[in-house]
Design a protein around this ligand. Sequence first.
Ligand code: ZN
Length: 138
Amino acid sequence: MTDTDSSPFAGEGPERHFREGLEAGEYRLQFCDDCGNNIYYPRALCNHCGSANHSWRAASGRGTVYSTSVERGRPEAGGDKNIALIDLEEGGRLMSRVVDVEPTEVSIGMAVEAFIGDLDGTRLILFRPAAEGAADGT
Ligand SMILES: [Zn+2]
């Protein structure tokens, strides 16, 4: 019982669209058709210009570590975990984890790539270090 279902903006369900993308194994980003910015977290109105005209595109998955920290954990609970803020190539910043590397070896400015993983039973976007040379392919 919440008031959100009666919101005039609840119809399209941006977050549900995002979730369905994840379930389908796709990382989708919401872009504003009017100002061209990436809208993150998915929402009904553009957080840059307020427009309701949006479209969804598959994300490149490329990003850069903006900040990183280590959450200490007991070994039986999975040990230490990395928590990072990732700047996406398309714009926008999200909190996630960089895995496949020691939590303490994640560094600011590190090139990372997204993949869809399961963590504690939840499907979500995780990151791992980008393949060698992938970041300077210009
Ligand atoms: Zn906009």
